[in-house]
Design a protein around this ligand. Structure first.
Ligand code: SF4
Length: 91
């Protein structure tokens, strides 16, 4: 996945430790920075695609990203199950 967007991140000249907080208050501080970042969507997608477990990425905490991945897996599973019932093309 392309990572050119990283050079546009609002965090690029900040202390990286800000984005690896140890408590909920720290998570909120990082999320407020991310909320104003022009590449928030790409950052989140990068973290999800690469299964990055630690830190705040794309405005999402570790727990929020786990939940997003779980929802995506569930949605994919449902699509696969339902496609079994779709009529074949041309019939
Ligand atoms: S969304 Fe947050 S972690 Fe990602 S590049 Fe922007 S400021 Fe940095």
């Amino acid at each position: 996945m392309d990572s050119d967007w990283m050079s546009q991140g609002k965090c690029k000249e900040m202390d990286p430790a800000l984005f690896f907080p140890s408590d909920g208050v720290g998570v909120q501080v990082a999320q407020r920075i991310c909320a104003e970042c022009p590449v928030i969507t790409m950052c989140l997608e990068y973290a999800l695609s690469n299964r990055i477990d630690h830190g705040v990425w794309g405005g999402a905490s570790e727990r929020e990203r786990r939940r997003l991945l779980s929802h995506r897996r569930l949605a994919k599973k449902k699509r696969t199950e339902f496609s079994f019932y779709e009529p074949a093309q041309g019939h």
